[in-house]
Ligand binder design. Structure first.
Ligand code: HEM
Length: 406
């Protein structure tokens, strides 16, 4: 790869949206860490070091010299705007609400929400769009309830989120939407200051309200609201579209409850909905034997890393000198295999910024996917697989519309 190469927006291959862009796959084979231009309407096109190997992505995401600050516009309260002790301080205020135990406790409520969404799909009838009737309503209802956000306000915040996360939206419009989101959340924060109630926002206000400004509280609320619905909706839609293309693997998710947890991890590994994670070097650092200089931007690709045939963390692979494309169960990592032995993947990132909501996300996916395929065992899209409308131009990969029949 040459210095002037550009990584396509979203980091995905044209015409094959589940796969990394060929430029990223080429970068993985490059013995050097290549530099490339990344087009970003939000930040302007910028040059960055492209990191694609599994071990390298883990190294940069864990390195405290590689910072979020500078790689994204600053938003008070949004954990992705902070590094170091400030980040730890804010993150600690939230971790108790997003534990594995808390996700388990939520399971019965998630099952109710999923059943209501299934009824809505049935009511909409054949031709129903699963994105509107199933994938979006489930995480939206769950995060609204968790946070204390009125579900009735969903259309407005869903619309703003879609615009704000779209890579092709201009910086001005993204800033305008961010300001609208902040104004909306400021109203909710004021209400929670008066009467905290028993939800995540209320708990943060009650326990840490005196250490946080209103603007930080609004930022926390918005971060959780956006991350809490958009990411899961996108992963559900991408995962369902992928399984519909692979009916034998869909049958495993439908018929074998013991395979569901593993299948969800495999879908996350394979889709890596947040494909590209940006950072900026605060000091010189070394990745393998190569230097990334202070001030350089870095783009780590979770999607490419998850398929890295050279990852050394699997039995037998560490000793191999070739960069073979076979994982230890024999199915190459660039193929979907829902029965694959558990793989560590980077779909939720790695290091201090690793996804706060990952246990909640896993629980929603584990409940929703088998429930959908059991209610509609003959589910299939009404459009040919290659005409499904994938969203590749946004921070989070998903499907815009998924009309189905059964
Ligand atoms: C399948 C769904 C999800 C995926 C694929 C996903 C992916 C990610 C990734 C890759 C990161 C790290 C970003 C980076 O290092 O630059 C992240 C961070 C984060 N996620 Fe998620 N996420 C999902 C669901 C959720 C949910 C449901 C919530 C909240 C309810 C959430 C809240 C967050 C927060 C707050 C951060 C920032 C953490 C920090 O900076 O300390 N995510 N997510």
């Amino acid at each position: 790869m040459t210095e002037s190469a550009a990584i396509p927006i979203g980091g995905r291959a044209a015409g094959c949206p589940f796969a990394p862009a060929p430029e990223l796959t080429a970068a993985q084979k490059d013995p050097e860490l290549p530099r490339a231009t990344v087009p970003s309407p939000l930040l302007g096109a910028f040059d960055a070091v492209i990191v694609t190997r599994y071990e390298d992505v883990k190294t940069v995401l864990a390195d405290d010299q590689l910072r979020m600050g500078g790689s994204m516009p600053y938003q008070a309260g949004n954990l992705l705007s902070y590094d170091g002790p400030e980040h730890t301080r804010l993150r600690r205020m939230l971790t108790g609400s997003f534990t594995t135990k808390r996700a388990r406790e939520l399971r019965p409520r998630i099952e109710d929400v999923v059943n209501s969404a299934l009824d809505a799909v049935e009511e909409a009838g054949r031709g129903a769009d699963l994105v509107r009737t199933f994938c979006t309503p489930i995480p939206t209802a769950v995060i609204c309830e968790l946070l204390g956000v009125p579900y009735a306000d969903r259309e407005e915040f869903q619309r703003r989120t879609a615009i704000a996360l779209d890579f092709t939206t201009s910086r001005e419009v993204q800033m305008e939407k961010a300001a609208e989101m902040e104004a909306y959340m400021a109203g909710l924060v004021a209400r929670h200051r008066e009467d905290p109630g028993d939800n995540v926002l209320g708990r943060v206000v009650r326990d840490f309200g005196d250490q946080l400004t209103d603007s930080e509280l609004a930022g926390i609320g918005n971060m959780l609201l956006i991350a809490g619905h958009e990411t899961i909706a996108s992963t559900l839609s991408a995962g369902i579209a992928l399984l519909l293309r692979n009916p034998d693997q869909l049958a495993v998710v439908r018929d074998d409850p013991s395979a569901v947890d593993g299948a969800v991890e495999e879908l996350l590994r394979f889709c890596a909905p947040a494909a590209i994670l940006p950072r900026q070097a605060a000091g010189n650092i070394c990745v393998r034997d190569q230097e990334i200089k202070a001030g350089e931007r870095v783009v780590a690709s979770a999607l490419a890393a998850n398929r890295d045939p050279g990852r050394a963390d699997q039995a037998g692979l560490a000793e191999r000198s070739d960069r073979s494309d076979r994982a230890d169960d024999g199915v190459p990592l660039d193929e979907l295999d829902v029965r694959r032995p558990p793989q560590r993947h980077l779909a939720f990132g790695f290091g201090p910024h690793q996804c706060l909501g990952q246990q909640l996300a896993r629980m929603e996916l584990r409940v929703a996917l088998p429930a959908l395929f059991n209610r509609f065992p003959e589910l299939r899209p009404t459009v040919p697989h290659d005409e499904v409308d994938y969203r590749t131009n946004a921070l989070v990969f998903g499907v815009n519309e998924l009309p189905v029949t059964w």
